[in-house]
Write a protein that binds this ligand. Structure first.
Ligand code: URA
Length: 236
């Protein structure tokens, strides 16, 4: 099996694909001892790759499931000094989040150093369902419930709703808790869905990612994915 050199460098955990393209263009990459400065050159697993004088070796693949707390940014680093999801995981390898949760959103977030796995999960054709619990700033009406079931257009594109369930209506506090399951991965999508219907999302938690749930993980806790869990995503 061969793959593009920049992808291979990223998969080996050296840097992002974009950064790898830059390094290739700048003549910083050697394949089997020879400088290769053409983006898109294909390499195999047997090819020896050297970047900026460092020989790259295959690292073990890592897969984590984190219960992301509020006030943690889904990013590898943050120039405002905020805690990132990477800071919460005790891991020396370069891992990164698969997709993103907003700063104030809690719940399931997957992280890995396996680019192919990340692409598999992010690709729209794989249609992975995500379930969110949203606390809304008023009572969610039955009219809106039936309307939302039919789907909703957000920024010109339809969002299909796989499931919607009103979990709780608190008449005293004038809030409601609505569970919503979608395939979409667009940024702020759940907040935008409810905003379009005239509601503010006061709290948002991702409770399910495909077949994965939070189980007993408390806020800020994480665990490694099991081999059969990783394989199950490939089998889908
Ligand atoms: N939708 C949102 O609005 N925010 C998230 O963090 C995830 C999905």
């Amino acid at each position: 099996m061969d793959e593009k050199l920049q992808k291979r460098i990223a998969n080996l955990g050296y840097c992002s694909r974009r950064k790898a393209e830059e390094l290739i263009k700048n003549g910083k990459v050697k394949v089997n001892g020879k400088v290769v400065d053409k983006i898109g050159t294909r390499v195999t697993l047997e090819d020896k790759i050297n970047v900026e004088g460092k020989n790259l070796i295959e690292k073990p693949k890592l897969y984590y499931l984190l219960n992301k707390p509020r006030k943690v940014i889904t990013s590898i680093s943050d120039n405002l000094g905020r805690t990132t999801v990477i800071d919460l995981i005790n891991c020396k390898e370069r891992i990164y989040p698969i997709g993103r949760l907003d700063y104030d959103t809690t719940g399931i977030l997957l992280l890995t150093n396996d680019g192919d796995f990340a692409n598999l999960l992010m690709h729209p054709k794989n249609n992975i369902e995500k379930t969110y619990l949203a606390k809304l700033n008023k009572i969610f009406s039955m009219d809106d419930y039936f309307n939302l079931k039919k789907g909703i257009i957000i920024n010109g594109k339809k969002v299909n709703i796989s499931k919607i369930k009103i979990r709780k209506k608190d008449k005293e506090k004038n809030t409601s808790f609505v569970e919503i399951t979608i395939h979409e991965g667009r940024n702020h999508i759940v907040k935008n869905i409810f905003k379009e219907m005239g509601y503010d999302v006061l709290k948002l938690k991702r409770e399910k990612y495909g077949f994965l749930t939070l189980g007993n993980l408390k806020s800020g806790e994480y665990r490694k994915l099991k081999k059969y869990e990783i394989e199950r995503f490939y089998r889908k």
